[in-house]
Design a protein around this ligand. Structure first.
Ligand SMILES: Nc1nc2c(ncn2[C@@H]2O[C@H](COP(=O)(O)OP(=O)(O)OP(=O)(O)O)[C@@H](O)[C@H]2O)c(=O)[nH]1
Ligand SMILES: [Mg+2]
Length: 458
């Protein structure tokens, strides 16, 4: 490992559970002095004499002052999360008591941990590679089953293994080509060009798939924003309530009922959707406030990932609808046409040929399942198969794109019989970007930046 983090020999401490009143709160201490720091506070046993992976109940005291009754979990390095000696102090879940425990540890030689520093140490000690470490942060932040499964897949090394495999094969070829350079005058080829071509092709297609998976990864990680747009009284708020299954927004027959935007989330098949009900759009608003609301509606229409255009099938003319659709097409806005109030028309009048349109009766909860499916399909395009590797991290995307470019150059170089030394440089560039993802090559600054996005105590 060519990383060296300044000061990672010292002992760090941080609360590992949220700073809120709870049944128990855990403070974590890791580093060379972890046992001796906690020993000062736990007089009833000699901790160094205890076996690893054991629990110890007792009083935590600073001198005569009792802090809490706690359970210590002992982990002797390298068999711990960080790879170092670690003690988890499980006390009562009062943020005040937790702070006292942290302060007492600091008093006896520990230092407050930076965000993500425990995981950073796990990475530096070879317990996890960088993608696995980053997936730990994703798992903590996961709020849907798809997010959870994607993160777990990557923590277990799904993504890393794929990269490792590519890297090993590429290294082999790079070495063979570099070897040829030593025999330049003899015109020998150690690297089988046909095999090399097929490897490059394989890497290109895997990289491409991973790059494409980012769109879905983004959906899984950040959810999808869905703006409900339409004229006043079209039934937008009724639809919001329907999708949420609760009376969240005010519904009335008065045009211009909704003035400010209302945001709520729903989970469809494990993916999070942020629904945004907006003020009905019309030329002549009732007052200044409605006008501001309409401005917001237009803003949401443009910034959302998907627009549900709700219209009253009895009131909207074909021309009006066409004008709206043209606008969406022109601005590249992804949309679904939601024909509402179908209860008021003859069944024969339902035109179900348009795949982008769904007839519903929001008031009676009819057609909502079909709409829900359309929303999901439009955002996700096929089922979320989390056994596949899905990229959720912009940093990985960037490196993958660079890998793709350098692999393309290598292939181009082969086509044009580029000299071996130039080919080797391109291969090394691809290897560099591969290593960048897993953390085999990276700078200390970059690591600090990546881990600073974690929460304290992780
Ligand atoms: N018949 C019928 N009436 C509906 C249906 N959906 C909504 N309505 C009625 O239409 C009226 C307007 O509904 P809202 O949901 O408030 O409409 P909106 O689009 O949010 O209106 P604004 O907030 O004013 O822009 C209410 O009286 C609803 O009861 C439906 O499917 N069928
Ligand atoms: Mg409304």
């Amino acid at each position: 490992m060519n990383n060296k983090l300044s000061g990672w020999d010292d002992t760090i401490v941080a609360p590992a559970t949220a700073a809120a009143v709870s049944a128990i709160g855990v403070v974590r201490v890791t580093g060379k002095q972890a046992f001796s720091v906690v020993q000062h506070l736990f007089p009833s046993k000699n901790l160094a004499d205890q076996s690893s992976h054991t629990l110890h109940v007792g009083w935590l005291k600073d001198g005569e002052q009792v802090i809490d009754e706690v359970v210590l979990s002992l982990f002797k390095g390298p068999k711990s999360y960080t790879g170092e000696d670690t003690i988890e102090i499980s006390g009562h879940g009062s943020p005040f008591v937790q702070q006292q425990i942290v302060h007492a540890c600091i008093k006896y030689g520990a230092r407050m941990a930076k965000p993500g520093e425990f995981t950073q140490r796990a990475f530096l000690n070879g317990k996890l590679d960088l993608t696995q470490a980053e997936s730990v942060a994703d798992l903590i932040a996961a709020n849907t089953s798809a997010g959870q499964r994607t993160a777990l897949h990557n923590i277990r090394g799904g993504f890393s293994n794929q990269l490792k495999h590519m890297r090993e094969q590429l290294i082999q070829f790079a070495s063979l080509i570099e070897l040829e350079l030593d025999f330049a005058t003899e015109d020998v080829e150690f690297a089988d060009r046909t095999k090399f071509y097929s490897l490059l092709q394989q890497i290109e297609s895997v990289t491409q798939l991973l790059i494409e998976s980012f769109k879905l990864g983004n959906v899984i990680k950040h959810g999808v924003s869905v703006a409900i747009i339409g004229k006043p009284n079209a039934g937008k708020s009724t639809l919001l309530n329907c999708l949420l299954n609760e009376e969240r927004a005010i519904v009335s027959e008065i045009a211009g009922t909704t003035r400010d935007t209302i945001e709520e989330t729903i989970n469809i098949n494990g993916v999070l959707f942020r629904l945004i009900d907006t003020a009905g759009i019309r030329q002549h608003a009732g007052d200044v406030i409605e006008n501001i609301g309409i401005g917001k509606s237009l803003e949401k229409m443009r910034s959302a990932d998907l627009v549900l255009y709700v219209y009253d099938v009895n009131a909207e003319t074909e021309d009006e609808l066409k004008e709206q659709v043209d606008l969406f097409e022109k601005e590249g806005i992804r949309y679904i046409l939601v024909a509402n109030k179908s209860d008021l028309i003859n069944e024969n009048a339902v035109d179900d040929k348009d795949k982008n349109c769904v007839y519903i009766t929001a008031m009676l909860n009819r057609g909502i399942d079909a709409l829900r499916k359309m929303i999901y399909d439009s955002a996700v395009e096929g089922a979320v198969d989390t056994d596949q590797t899905i990229i959720t991290n912009a940093r990985h995307l960037q490196s993958l794109m660079q890998i793709k470019t350098s692999i393309e150059s290598v292939r181009h170089g082969l086509d044009n019989q580029l000299p071996g030394d130039l080919l080797a440089i391109e291969i090394r560039t691809a290897l560099f970007h591969l290593g960048e993802i897993t953390g085999e090559v990276t700078s200390e600054d970059k690591l600090d930046y990546i881990f600073s996005k974690f929460c304290i105590g992780k």
